[in-house]
Write a protein that binds this ligand. Sequence first.
Ligand code: JFZ
Length: 423
Amino acid sequence: MPDGPPAASIERFRDWRFGLFVHWGLYALPARHEWVKNRERLTDEDYQPYFDHFEPDLYDPRKWARAAREAGMRYAVLTTKHHEGFCLWDSAVSDYTVAHTAWGAGKDLVQQFVEACREEGLGVGFYHSLIDWHHPEFPIDLMHPQRDDEEAIAKAAGRDVQVYADYLHAQTRELLTNYGQIDLMWFDFSYPGRNHEDGRDGHGKGRDDWRSAELMALVRELQPGILINDRLDIPGDFVTPEQYQPDGPMTRNGVPVLWEACQTLNGSWGYDRDNLDWKTPETLVKMLVDSVSKDGNLLLNVGPTGRGEFDPRALATLASIGEWTRLHERSFRGAGPAEFKAPTDTRYTQVGNRLYLHLFSWPMGHVHLPGLAGKVKYAQLLNDASEVKLLVHDSSAEAHNTSMGAAADGVLTLKLPIQKPNT
Ligand code: JFZ
């Protein structure tokens, strides 16, 4: 097993299918998107109040882990550091950490998170930002808050990204040494060779800046069972379509590849108080089913508040997803795509010889399934195990079915209740 992860890690990740993403940092205080420092061109000085007032007195990651578990999730990925540069653990190589805030002396929020996940039986992943808007040696480029500030750029001249890379490697080493077994490493992100719109060199950053191959080797050395994402500008173990559901199983160079879609609850990753763009639980369940039907996972994000809680809207959404997963878990956990082509507005998932049909809109009493005639022995609704009649083209039912056009082209017709079940 020289390059890749062990097969058991891959299998476990595929089985999980549904995970929690947590974006949490100082940006929870301004509460208007995790890119606020960049979007509003805030200087370090402008941003300082959030460090000074970081006081998540209600932080209790067991509540997060429990909410995730009840929603049907089986792993959780935490932002140990996002682009702002603030570290949720007491890093030995930085003063820009929770342990250096007035509130957080001696605290390690990552440690508590990891323990909570273990208690709830969740796999553990670390998101770690490659971009760092706070580190003094991180060269200013088009992704940097001060990207248009000539004075700031002049002052920052001579920054050495390799010094930053040393810091990145040192922090990665801490994270993968001090917290026991870590299942996923989620680096974010590379933007090689990207230029300004006006054609000026944007100083994109990629594998040479992060020393990605060396970093990946370090990760595997410290955590032989870990899976690494694909944002280091070199191929990783799984790919990460973002706020986008692909149109089928994903491939790399024509070969199927492990993948995980990540989605927000409301378009923002960090807590965004005034955002009203919430997805319905129904849409989110469809995203989960869609991912699994295409052999992928779904990593669904919550941005906790500055006090350290999931806000009521997030909790209500997770609870509502949980009502669905309680009754439909076996249609997605450990499930994968089916060999049949699903009709419009439906998805198939399959486990062994059981085929699950997910109806994204409720049909008018019957649903017609091309290619399934003669292949199904018995059908039932999953929520209550009530029988669903198969309308097959056999001699006893011929007159009846022919009049409805059933059994043409190998079509199997299912007779459904006229009303959609409640869950
Ligand atoms: C990144 C972050 O900037 C964002 O804040 C969040 O953490 C998200 C999960 O990841 O956003 C990206 C990264 C890469 C692309 C788009 C958004 N991309 O490659 O298109």
